[in-house]
Each structure stands twice: as C-alpha cells, then as structure tokens.
Design a protein around this ligand. Structure first.
Ligand code: SF4
Length: 243
C-alpha cells in the first residue's frame, strides 16, 4: 500500500484540480470511490468539482443527530442544485445511542466517545464497501492538517484522497462565487468550520477556521481521519473539564 500511495502522489502532483479529479475518478488503482461530505462551510466547492465529472458518485453524509438545522437544509439545497443522484445519509446505530447516550449529552462528558458512536462507526461501516474516499481537508486548516498530501494510506485498508490540500480560503471563496454556489447559511454568522451544533461556535477574523470546533477543549478532530495509520486526535479531555 505504501508504494502505491507514493506512486499516486508522484503521478498526480502539480495537476490542476479539475484535471486531478477527472483522472482520479477513473483511475483503476483507486477502485470503488465515495465522496464524504459534511455539507459544511467549505463543502460546496469539492462537491461541485466532483459532480461536474460524475454526479452519480456515492456521497456519504453523516447525520449525527446533532447537526444544525441549517446544515440539513443546506445539504438538500446543494444536492438538488448539483444534481447528485446517490446521496447516502449515515446515522448512528440506535442501540449504541440507547445504551451509551440515552440522554443525548455524552458530548459534554466524553466527546471522543460521542464522535465514535455518532460519526466514526457509521462512516467506517459505510466505507467498508469502498476502496477509496474523497475528503475536503486543506493544509491551511490547522497543524494536524499542515502536511497533508493528496493521497494517504488509511490503515492499509483504503486510500484517502484530498484533492484540495493546497487550496486557500480565498481560492475557495472565489470559486464559490464564480460558480454561483450557495454559502452555508451559518457562514454569515461567523461559522467558518461547521460540525455538530453543541460542539461548534463562531470564530473571529484572526482565528483559524477550525478554532470554533470543540472550543475550550484540546480536542481537534472527530476521529474519522487517520494519517499514516494513526487516528488524528489530540487527547480525550472532556469539554466540560477543559480549561
Ligand atoms: S462533534 Fe460533538 S455532538 Fe458531534 S459527534 Fe462529536 S462530540 Fe458528539
């Protein structure tokens, strides 16, 4: 797998993004590919780029049960506007929730466990039938992502594809406006990275876009991302106990 990843990164490095996506979607080395989208603040650009090539690609959307209503509405709006024909909504296992988060407040005391139940497990189950998945992560989004490459080895099981690693916030905004893509409604209220409602807050102009995710906690990632086989998570500090 490591050799295959190195070959993919060498072959695709320097490609314009649109060409990258066109070639990647028909590259036999990648097998069955899904796109995973949060339908968050920056999701429209990647969805648009991929939909222009293949609107029938499976798009996996994790509805944790804790999303903003604005995100649910935005997901429907973008899906219709882009003509996506294979939107798959993933949900937590009801038995997991009944036994481990019956009150719906697990995020306050054990956010990593909450993310595991509501995000990681549903996604891992859905991805079990795919060989590769497309993610919208960018290098500018923070130190856990600053050395991202285009292709990553996910636990020797799948390939993670990051077509937008080198994009800047300005490029994303220019593209969105150029193609008349709607903005997530919460962006106008200062939300520049949008996840679950209890764990997301607006950011100031001077903060990193992800500073509002799990604010006042040293948690930085939800756990669905692995880099070089290691889960991208800083620690297990509950939000309620963080400084
Ligand atoms: S982001 Fe918060 S509410 Fe959403 S799954 Fe993770 S801990 Fe739970």
């Amino acid at each position: 797998m490591t050799t295959r990843i190195a070959g993919l990164n060498a072959d695709y490095r320097g490609q314009p993004t649109r060409l990258f996506i066109e070639q990647m979607l028909r590259d036999p080395r990648l097998g069955r590919i899904a796109l995973v989208s949060s339908f968050g603040a920056e999701s429209a650009v990647l969805l648009h780029l991929v939909a222009r090539v293949n609107p029938a690609i499976p798009v996996l959307f994790i509805n944790t049960g804790k999303l903003f209503p604005e995100t649910l509405a935005y997901q429907q709006q973008l899906t219709a506007q882009l003509g996506l024909t294979d939107l798959r909504t993933l949900r937590p296992n009801p038995e997991d929730l009944a036994t481990q988060d019956a009150t719906g407040t697990l995020h306050q005391t054990a956010p990593n466990v909450c993310c595991e139940l509501r995000k990681v497990r549903p996604l891992q189950q859905a991805l079990s039938t795919f060989d590769a998945w497309i993610s919208g992560r960018k290098r500018y989004q923070g130190d856990t992502r600053s050395d991202l490459d285009y292709f990553e080895n996910e636990q020797d099981q799948r390939i993670k594809i990051n077509p937008l690693v080198h994009w800047t916030p300005q490029q994303l905004e220019d593209y969105r406006q150029q193609h008349q893509l709607p903005a997530h409604p919460l962006v106008a209220q200062g939300y520049r990275s949008i996840g679950c409602a209890p764990c997301t807050s607006p950011v100031t102009q001077h903060e990193n876009s992800r500073a509002g995710r799990w604010r006042n906690s040293s948690k930085h990632e939800c756990g669905i991302h692995f880099i070089n086989g290691r889960i991208q998570r800083r620690n297990t500090t509950p939000i309620s106990q963080a400084a």
